[in-house]
Design a protein around this ligand. Sequence first.
Ligand SMILES: *Cc1c(COP(=O)(O)O)cnc(C)c1O
Length: 492
Amino acid sequence: MASETSQQSPSATVLAHPWPTREEWSSTLDTTFQLLLQNLDGLPERRVSRSASPQDMAPRFAGDLPDDGCSPIDALNEWYARAEPGIVRTSSPRYFGFVTGGVTPAALAGDLLATAIDQNPANWLLSPAAAQTEVTVVRWLLDMFNLPASWSGVITSGATMSNLCGLAAARQWASRQIGFDAARDGLGGRPRIPVVGSTEVHQSALKSLASLGLGSHAIRVVPATAGVIDIPAFAEAVAEIDGPLIAIANAGEVNTGAFDDIRAMAEICAAHPGGAWLHVDGAFGLYAALSPDHSQLLDGIALADSVATDAHKWLNVPYDSGVVFVKDATPLVDAFGGTPVYLRSAESGSAWNAFEHLPEFSRRFRGLAAWCSLRAMGRKGYERIVQSSIANAQLFARWVDQEPNLELLAPANLNIVCFRVSVSETDDARNDLLTNAVLDHVQRNGLAYASATRWDDHGAIRAAFDNWATSPADVAALEEALRNALRDLNPG
Ligand SMILES: *Cc1c(COP(=O)(O)O)cnc(C)c1O
């Protein structure tokens, strides 16, 4: 009977798509290549204007999923024609908005190959090449950031996920201290695990606390002066807690680039009788390790238990990419480990299995772009990127400082310049309005791009320097854009 039901007539078989011929691949890839070239060649001089509005974009993408398909090239060209006004040139050397890196040529090459070979770095079994590459990238980065070689780490989708992983390890450690297993038992009915950090802890860390069931409001908020956590107040907050706690330090506050005193926080944590896990958010600030004049900002970081960073910012690899480093991988594996039977192999005991260290199983092979870029640049190449970014930020900050109608809102500690238009000592509402108007002018004009924030209760403009190709001429373009805006708006 079974053999009868399994016999199907050939006519009932639905055919898959035939594998393309070499000529077909070639024509698809050639057209794609031309489109890449069109986007990359001359990018530094292209306008970097603001993104299109939802009202502009939605009609361009109206229409249901078509019944009939088309060639890959037609699909790509059609998308490009529809989407073009919405493409933001964030990888331009003149894009100073948010904290946005570009894509080095080697990173681009690696990322394209990663897509073509479609490896899954979940574990050794699925791709020894990808697993080994990720292990190597983490080892190279530990070395580049002057973190101990005994630490381990895992590649994530960005600093948010790195914060989540570091704080998941922290939660697991804290629950073990208290006498339960947070990953296995959950937090229900258990004492709250206290978290201590400053008013300037990044939203992504708060989001991670929310995701982990610790609660974004679990954090005991310590004041910060000019973005830097107040150490006596931190010591006081820690002293009020009996059991284990989690502390979050900023290595590079997002609006100003301010650094907490990591060594002082680590020492207070080490002296806490109930024990403390120190997590450092170094999304971009960890790269200060590559500048001899700034690496002291990270003093004490090897005393931390976990450190989060981004790769799609200052490492200049494409979105999305980040890394989390941990002193001891045990709590991470305790939180995320466990290998289902179908993923076990002869090697799985001793080999690197990324999925035991983070929330996902399958992931994109981000390590290849990072490996290629690190290999092509070398340590010296990255030192140049970081040091030239900082030099450009200092250059720009000095210009801002000398402009009569502009005012620095914070010292340019590293690669971020936070400033505003200030024409009145008494009328701050007017200053805010003008700051907004100047930024709007700059963003519409498209010569260079900076973004908005608020700092110290003032409307502010923020320029971040972390693109691998930004030159002093690009800094001059930003200055010219601001000068044009000030002239047209004539605030004086
Ligand atoms: C950018 C940033 C984050 C969030 O990183 P994503 O890459 O956007 O997930 C977290 N912390 C700081 C300090 C950042 O600058």
